[in-house]
Design a binder for this molecule. Sequence first.
Ligand code: PLP
Length: 382
Amino acid sequence: MINPSNRVSGVRSYYFARKLKEIAELRASGIDVINLGIGSPDMLPPKEAIDGLINGLSEDRAHQYQSYYGLVELREAFESFYEEHYQVSINGADNILPLIGSKEGIMHISMAYLNPGDEVLVPNPGYPAYHMCAKLAGAIPRCYSLSSDNNWQIDLEALKQQDLTRVKILWINSPHMPTGAVSSTEELQAVVQFGRDHNILICHDNPYAFILNDHPQSIFNVCTIEDNVLELTSLSKSHHMSGWRVGALVGKSELLDPVIRFKSNMDSGMFKPIQLAAANALGVKQHWYDTINTEYQHRRTVAYQILDSVNCEYSTDAAGMFVWAKVKGESGEALSDRLLMDVGVFLTPGIVFGTQGESYIRLSLCSPVDLLTKALNRISTL
Ligand SMILES: Cc1ncc(COP(=O)(O)O)c(C=O)c1O
């Protein structure tokens, strides 16, 4: 037996890596599971992206290693995207690092900035990668609790009462996953000021800005690119390209530099046709976002009916591609297990996102209305 590293020993594989295996086994045993758990968009990416990928295959040097900094075309496309959708001026050459999905960016930031003993403030509930990547980097994740009483917003006054001397990074995420809560401009401003006051790197993870959200915001709407602030952006949700693995890290060049030093020793660039396709996708006009959001609205109506039928409570003004709902009379995990075993419908138990999610369940809008309706009909037989 060769012992794994201590780093890996304290970490479990990602929840969905385990759960999807279980669902595949149930399906193999003949159970027709409807998976309403995962946020992997089922609709096609923009046609411009697909054409860009196909045409990119015949581009000069398409099959070779690509630049560690991403193609100029892709960086410029992110620059224009920030200008058009957020009215934020950034420089594609200095302020943008294309990534193979934003999840890898969470790991890269952690590896580039954290030393053993450093502390990282992570939201509870929140995306598990913030916590796990901090641990893998040898640092100490320190959860800050979010609750519905405070509209799932960070309580900065409570944090200020604590010893923050070892805190190096604060992760925030608006629209927030899993709750769908959106921070106001003032709330984001206060977080940035908190980072300045305590010399903490603010990392804003922003993959859901364009899903069921009337006012997409960048963190750079409330601070300058010269602040100690990083933003992760992703095409996974906004452009239905989760499997293509494209995102970017945005910030001042001094902050990107350590990340590039780490990342360039890990991968060897991104496949050129995918970068060209992503550049095309970033150029789509408002009509794209309006069309996908109309569909997500239809889906959400059925999602609400599903949640009503199991007596859950939810907010109707949340953003993002999930509905986060409070379960009554049992834990979210008990309801999730019951629905999977009794009617073959999978919803994600909120505990996956932290202890504050224990009484909750998360329903993904990444299934068409007819499948959601099928799930509703099954649940109604309970
Ligand atoms: C909050 C949050 N951040 C980051 C990611 C990762 O997205 P990507 O596909 O860009 O790696 C996800 C994916 O579900 C997410 O929910």
